[in-house]
Design a protein around this ligand. Structure first.
Ligand SMILES: CC(C)(COP(=O)(O)OP(=O)(O)OC[C@H]1O[C@@H](n2cnc3c(N)ncnc32)[C@H](O)[C@@H]1OP(=O)(O)O)[C@@H](O)C(=O)NCCC(=O)NCCS
Ligand SMILES: CC(=O)OP(=O)(O)O
Length: 332
């Protein structure tokens, strides 16, 4: 079963209808995906933007909805209450006069809907950069308990093959401890889509074949992860072939715990992570689902600005599935 059939079934079978907010309510990819999701009763979309403008685009493109809410941040009636909640959530002094202005910005407004429990999750980034999309979530929603950093992973899917790549979106130069945390968060994402985790900490070196600070950082990350989570098969530092091809692993890393069968790939820094996912997507024909924000208290997810309607549809389902999982964990 594809990742999305799996997650869609979970979301559709839940009693609650999850409300996902889309700050880029004028974008046709967002509107098309929101229409499909609403008509199939998968989620209830909340579109942000000028109501008249959005309604015109909907009419012009003959888009239909089952349930839909359109909210204009600039004319939002309960702004005062939102400003108060912002003050509490921000944990830093921001002049009240500035907050009302900040909340006119759809990514901040959408993030506050999630923070206040008025939406279950947010999907943005079709027209905004990753920094613009995630900064409000980092400032207002914060990391979940026990987590120090938020990271961004991709589910890479091609027919029956499913892998997790991380961090491809957020942390520029993670240190060893952050790499170990990214790996732990990626294992949680993998479990959501029934991947049995096998983690590789990637490098240009396999088991000391090269030396230097870059290699040491990855080696240390693998050791830290193993110490904290000895029950999860993991290894590093490994080159990609030693992590992924059993015959190469047998030669380069014969004692490896994952024996060339890794399915979670942890990249040493953001350049290699972001470049690798785009190569697998564009040359390898993998569907790249993400960036999925990991380690946040409530679900907010980013899109690549190159995202298609299908990508928006997929990420919205994943966001609703994260909200469902959060509800289940809170109940447990
Ligand atoms: C994510 C990112 C936007 C944060 O950068 P920033 O806003 O400049 O970061 P700042 O240092 O100003 O931090 C803003 C807040 O977020 C917090 N923060 C930053 N990175 C964080 C992380 N990874 N996890 C948790 N919190 C984080 C900071 O602690 C700070 O909180 P505070 O204001 O309450 O003290 C930045 O790391 C970035 O641009 N990453 C690359 C994004 C990108 O282009 N990716 C490629 C395409 S997907
Ligand atoms: C995830 C990513 O690379 O996003 P963008 O293509 O928008 O920079």
């Amino acid at each position: 079963m594809s990742v999305f059939d799996l997650l869609k079934n979970k979301v559709q079978n839940s009693e609650k209808k999850y409300q996902i907010v889309f700050p880029e309510g004028n974008d046709l990819r967002i509107l098309n995906a929101a229409s499909q999701l609403s008509l199939a009763n998968i989620i209830k979309p909340i579109l942000l933007g000028n109501t008249e403008k959005i309604t015109n685009i909907i009419r012009k493109n003959n888009l239909a909805f089952n349930e839909l809410a359109i909210v204009d941040p600039i004319h939002y009636k309960s702004k005062k209450a939102m400003v108060q909640s912002f003050v509490k959530a921000r944990r830093k002094n921001v002049p009240q006069a500035d907050i009302a202005e900040i909340l006119n910005e759809p990514n901040y407004f959408g993030t506050m809907l999630v923070e206040m429990g008025l939406a279950d999750g947010m999907v943005s980034g079709a027209t905004h950069s990753t920094a613009e999309t995630v900064r409000p979530a980092l400032q207002l929603i914060h990391t979940s308990e026990g987590m120090k950093r938020v990271s961004g992973s991709f589910i890479m899917e091609r027919q029956d093959e499913k892998y997790i790549f991380a961090d491809c979106a957020i942390n520029l130069e993670p240190d060893s401890a952050t790499l170990a945390e990214i790996a732990y968060q990626s294992v949680q994402t993998a479990k959501m889509i029934d991947i049995n985790p096998k983690v590789a900490f990637l490098s240009f070196s396999t088991k000391g074949s090269a030396k230097g600070d870059m290699v040491t950082k990855v080696k240390k990350a693998a050791a830290l992860f193993h110490k904290e989570h000895p029950e999860i098969p993991a290894d590093g530092e490994l080159q990609f072939d030693a992590a992924f091809v059993p015959a190469v692993a047998a030669k380069k890393a014969p004692a490896s715990a994952i024996k060339g069968q890794a399915n979670i790939f942890i990249f040493p820094e953001l350049q290699s992570g972001n470049i690798s996912y785009k190569i697998a997507q564009r040359l390898g024909n993998f569907a790249a689902i993400g960036p999925i924000l990991q380690g946040l208290q409530k679900p907010v997810n980013d899109l690549s600005r190159g995202a298609s309607t299908q990508d928006v549809y997929n990420i919205a389902i994943l966001t609703a599935a994260q909200a469902l999982l959060r509800d289940e964990n809170n109940e447990a």
